[in-house]
Design a protein around this ligand. Sequence first.
Ligand code: FMN
Length: 336
Amino acid sequence: MHNFWKKLKKPIIALAPMAGYTDSAFRQICREFGADVVYSEMISVDGICYDNQKTMRMLWHDKSEYPLVFQLFGNDPIKFKKAVRIITGSLRSLELGRDRLLLGLDINFGCPAHKVIKTGSGASLMDEKEKAYHIIKAVCDNTDLPVSIKIRTKVKNTTAEEFINRVKDLSWTTVMIHGRTLNQGFSGEIDYVAIRKIKKLLPDKIVLANGGITDNQSAIRLLKKTGADGLGIASGALGNPWIFSQIKSPPLAKREMPPILHLGQRGSIMLRHAELFFKNNNNLIPFRQHLVHYVKSQKNASELRQKLIKVKTLAELNKIILEISSLLPSATTTIR
Ligand SMILES: Cc1cc2nc3c(=O)[nH]c(=O)nc-3n(C[C@H](O)[C@H](O)[C@H](O)COP(=O)(O)O)c2cc1C
């Protein structure tokens, strides 16, 4: 079986999945800034099985995103089997040729959201190792796309090590491990030792360490302390897709970026991202949540946020960006 993961140069720097954020436009802009592989938002296998149109639209993507991994969540091996057959079939029908070989499927074993856990999906599956085993098997047996999984260092009664020991003989290729427990949620210390143990257990699989990467230093620290094959970056990329260029050494990066961007440069990237989003959605209202991330660390963030949360059109956004840029002495610098 072809496996794009094996061809990626290490360290692999991935955009980690984020529900509500890692849509096609965001994945495209992260790829433009050098992300090696991008994950979709989590997609419900129940939604796929019931042909829910909103769910099916989450499979929409652009070739420029490849390599692209669709992340699935659910709680039933039979539904996973059905959903994976539907997805694999519908991707095949797109007649992508060899490009199809740049797609992958991922299974979510890390989501802590109450509405996900209460259905027995996400992180709660790490405690149900037998069911998790059959879910992974159902996915691997019913697709020719490479399969990956995403886990946490620990959930209620199960450590990552125990979980991996149960499922490691299945034919999946890659694991992204969020270095925090279910209890920790999305903040707190990263457990480097737990991630390192997983890499030791899996010499022949790819291990991506995830959690707390905000810049070059935190990225290098996580790689060195865990011995992982690569990294997954989630919240550190919000309003900050150029983080991929900053982390990768310049010869690898598609665009070389300075460590700190001024507001004019941020504006230019924001506009590019907005254009991609508008092209797909014909509407900027759902994009406002991205816009506020672009200005969150600025001195006058709250004033800018007030303007950005009212944006409806690209012209309005452009006007705000021009206003911002005209206040800056170095605003003529362009990176587009
Ligand atoms: C807004 C948001 C949405 C997320 N959605 C998902 C998701 O759909 N699937 C998943 O496996 N993890 C999801 N995560 C977890 C991230 O992929 C990642 O594991 C976590 O945020 C830690 O990485 P970070 O410190 O780089 O943010 C989400 C995180 C955030 C902040």
